[in-house]
Design a protein around this ligand. Structure first.
Ligand code: KIV
Length: 283
């Protein structure tokens, strides 16, 4: 399969083809996503909640994302790899953003970066794009600003708020983003934004009218039984599968039913004696 590029992602909107994006934080998962034809792998700062045990994305550090991004890149997926710039790694100054975004490409192996927000972030986006680093924007509910939002609340619910999001999207487009994530807004708001911009929009909790969709992989696989927002569809129940497998392993170890001959090595130079056929409690 041909590798996905930012150019091809942009073309998909023009051709009316939906863009499929998922998160991944490790090499084996990235390989599976690529084999399934996923267009974009986001090494999201959701790694904080999904893998690292944090309650939000705020504690995630640049070195965390670079580390996980490099693992994804080593899988050499055909999917475009986007590295998510974590909290405060691009907001101190334009120089700081350029340095850190460069690190995401050089050390993390990302092919593009994602920056949350608009407003003062727009000029940073312009500077990053200007040095040749493709940028994905992110508007609506931007989780790094969760304390400012006062919780995970749906954004853009009034006509004025929706119009403000359209303005943000247009400003990011003008600054050169190749696509924009829209998070947690009414479907109609996402439609207004999607129709207003030429670059693809990728929705999460933003209804069906975006040019593509993204979910956090561990959420859609059902690893976290307690996380059930309205927008999430669980395509599997991996939590239950893991629980069943681990319980079976524990039972077999305790009963001496694992390992058996099938999972054991023989000595190279002798009759190895009565290794097999023992029951638990033999010595
Ligand atoms: O970090 C992440 O996974 C994200 C997606 C929810 C878009 O930003």
């Amino acid at each position: 399969m041909a590798r996905k590029t930012t150019y091809r992602i942009r073309q998909m909107k023009k051709k009316g083809r939906k863009i499929v994006m998922l998160t991944a934080y490790d090499a084996p998962t990235a390989r599976i996503l690529s084999e399934c034809g996923v267009d974009i792998i986001l090494v999201g700062d959701s790694v904080g909640n999904s893998l690292l045990g944090y309650e939000s994305t705020v504690p995630v550090k640049l070195s965390d994302i670079v580390h996980h991004c490099a693992a994804v890149a080593r899988a050499r997926p055909d999917s475009l790899i986007v590295g998510d710039m974590p909290f405060m790694s691009y907001k101190v100054s334009v120089e700081q953003a350029l340095e850190n975004c460069g690190r995401m490409l050089q050390e993390g192996g990302a092919e593009a970066v994602k920056l949350e927000g608009a407003g003062r972030v727009v000029e940073t986006v312009r500077a990053v794009v200007d040095v040749g680093i493709p940028v994905m924007g992110h508007i609506g509910l931007t989780p790094q600003s969760i304390y400012a939002f006062g919780g995970y609340r749906v954004q853009g619910r009034t006509h004025d708020a929706a119009a403000a999001l359209v303005e943000q999207a247009l400003a990011l487009q003008d600054a050169g983003v190749f696509s924009i994530v829209i998070e947690l807004v009414p479907a109609e708001t996402a439609r207004m934004i999607t129709e207003a911009v030429d670059v693809p929009t990728i929705g999460i909790g933003a209804g069906p009218y975006c040019d593509g969709q993204v979910l956090v992989l561990w959420d859609m696989l059902g690893l976290f039984e307690d996380f059930n927002p309205k927008f999430l569809k669980k395509y599997a129940n991996v939590g239950a599968i893991i629980r069943q497998a681990v319980s079976e392993y524990a039972r077999e170890v305790r009963e001496g039913a694992f390992p058996t001959e099938e999972h054991s090595f023989e000595m190279a130079d002798s009759e190895s004696g009565r290794l097999y056929g023992r029951t638990a409690g033999d010595n």
